[in-house]
Design a protein around this ligand. Structure first.
Ligand code: HEC
Ligand code: HEC
Length: 447
């Protein structure tokens, strides 16, 4: 629900366009032709098969079943697909809302089934596009799962990480299974009891659940031809299968932008080309949103709010997403989060890691000048939701350390940029390649 106030902010933002003296404009003194030539030179190489890891079909198929099977959750009511749903472009479409406030109404707005007893995290889940591309070796907004430089992995469990995990995505896939607000659930269940002993106990219990389901036996033997019988299955096998599925399922490199990079000049409209030149040129988006996937995989504070200002929400600790400093321990990393890829960004609303902006346009307006944006939002939001002193301090600290210089664009340029973001949408890729199976070996309901 949008308040009048929010509309007023938008209106004011539109009016102020072109009036602000931005840092970037001041430096863009080159002629339009030279700028265009420079922008063209900065375009990334098109991606090809060589940029992606390849995964055998048997492994992908097992991973597909595990991804959709609620058997991996303590309560038998949540699967990976609950939050990474193919109908929602591998995200959950959640607008930020505090966990305690989950009600039938709030979920009805989001169009998802009621979680009641589960109360899983109400966080906005990121989409999973192109995570099988070899350059994605740092995962989560704070980078808490990553490949280290010795060929091993960085994760929150250190040397308790199981052996035999194939890649960073396999490592990542084990963490939702040991998180209360993801797969364990908050009501009493056997997995929750196991979690009191530790991650390994959870993983052992999940492996047993899979081994006990006859429907998995043929899938397992197809996925791991060397395995004599499912008693040899380990959690690393499960992680590797989930990884193979996620890596290949949402590969997305057939957008108009890709066609253009591969030489089809007509794939983009004139407006999209102008937007692309801005993106990889004057507007300096590619400083962070670098390369063909629009990410440098590094961390920045772009003063992206962690809460919504247009709703009367109480401040709740659960709203606070982790930032890079939680992981690195460095104070300069406070509020920094990983640059997201912008593939299919037009279909992955809402925006910002916390899902605090309903539309891409709203987010982009904020993103072009986040300090002013934050002042506008928190000033009005303070009255709106009773921002306490603690939150005001957070807003201040966030804006004082922002890593993003304001970008001044005319409304024509703004529209061109938006239009270019549309050229990153690969319609075919959105629902996934294998898609939702008809049924899973546990015969539990599908998300
Ligand atoms: C209750 C919702 C929920 C469930 C269930 C869930 N996820 Fe997620 N997933 C999230 C959220 C939220 C994040 C972002 C966390 C962060 O960045 O700190 C995330 C992040 C990820 C990422 C990292 C994406 C990136 O770009 O870094 C991957 C991969 C992923 N999930 C896969 C899975 C798999 C596989 C499963 C099932 C085993 C699963 N998720 C279950 C909500 C969920
Ligand atoms: C200093 C680095 C940096 C620059 C420069 C930058 N961005 Fe971003 N961008 C980020 C980060 C970091 C995020 C993630 C914000 C968050 O976590 O909420 C982001 C988020 C976004 C998102 C939202 C993605 C989503 O799914 O929610 C869009 C769209 C976007 N940027 C577009 C742009 C455009 C267009 C430009 C150029 C005008 C630009 N960015 C410049 C770092 C940058």
């Amino acid at each position: 629900m949008k308040s009048l106030w929010f509309l007023a902010v938008l209106f004011a933002t539109v009016l102020s366009f072109g009036l602000r003296g931005g840092a970037v404009v001041a430096t863009a003194t080159a002629t339009a032709a030279a700028a265009a030539a420079a922008a063209a030179a900065d375009l990334p190489q098109p991606v090809s098969d060589a940029d992606f890891r390849q995964h055998p079909d048997g492994l992908r198929k097992l991973g597909q079943m595990l991804f959709y099977d609620r058997i991996l959750s303590g309560t038998y009511r949540v699967s990976c697909a609950t939050c990474h749903n193919p109908d929602r472009a591998s995200s959950n479409g959640f607008l930020t809302s505090p966990t305690d406030e989950i009600s039938e109404d709030s979920l009805a707005i989001n169009g998802l089934p009621l979680y009641d007893a589960l109360k899983p995290s109400a966080k906005h889940a990121p989409p999973l596009f192109n995570l099988g591309a070899k350059q994605f070796v740092t995962l989560f907004g704070d980078g808490r799962v990553a490949r280290d430089d010795k060929g091993g992995f960085i994760s929150l469990v250190g040397d308790r990480l199981p052996k035999g995990l194939a890649d960073v995505l396999a490592v990542q896939s084990l963490f939702p299974t040991v998180t209360g607000d993801e797969l364990i659930g908050v009501v009493d269940n056997d997995i929750k009891t196991a979690s009191e002993i530790g991650e390994r106990a959870v993983w052992q219990a999940l492996v047993k659940r899979i081994q006990d389901l006859p429907g998995y036996a043929p899938l397992i033997s197809n996925a791991f031809p060397g395995m004599k019988d499912p008693t040899e299955l380990t959690i690393a096998h499960i992680g590797n299968a989930l990884s193979a599925f996620v890596a290949s399922e949402w590969r997305s490199d057939n957008a108009p932008f890709d066609a253009y990079l591969r030489g089809d000049q007509a794939a983009l409209t004139g407006q999209q080309q102008r937007g692309m030149d801005l993106f990889y040129g004057k507007a300096k988006c590619s400083q962070c949103h670098k390369g063909a996937f629009q990410t440098d995989h590094r961390f920045y504070n772009v003063a992206s709010p962690l809460w919504r200002f247009d709703a009367e929400l109480p401040l709740d600790e659960s709203l606070f997403f982790r930032d890079r400093s939680d992981f690195s321990g460095k104070s300069e990393d406070r509020f920094r989060r990983r640059t997201p890829s912008l593939r299919n960004v037009t279909v992955t609303a809402p925006y910002g890691h916390a899902g605090s902006f309903e539309t891409l346009k709203q987010f982009l307006k904020h993103h072009l000048d986040p300090v002013s944006g934050m002042a506008r939002l928190s000033g009005k939001g303070a009255g709106n939701m009773g921002l306490d002193d603690e939150l005001k301090k957070i807003v201040l600290a966030m804006t004082q350390t922002v890593d993003l210089k304001p970008v001044d664009l005319t409304s024509k340029e703004f529209n061109a940029l938006l239009s270019f973001l549309g050229a990153l949408t690969d319609e075919q890729s959105i629902g996934g390649q294998l898609g939702r199976p008809k049924e899973v070996p546990s015969f539990l309901a599908l998300d």
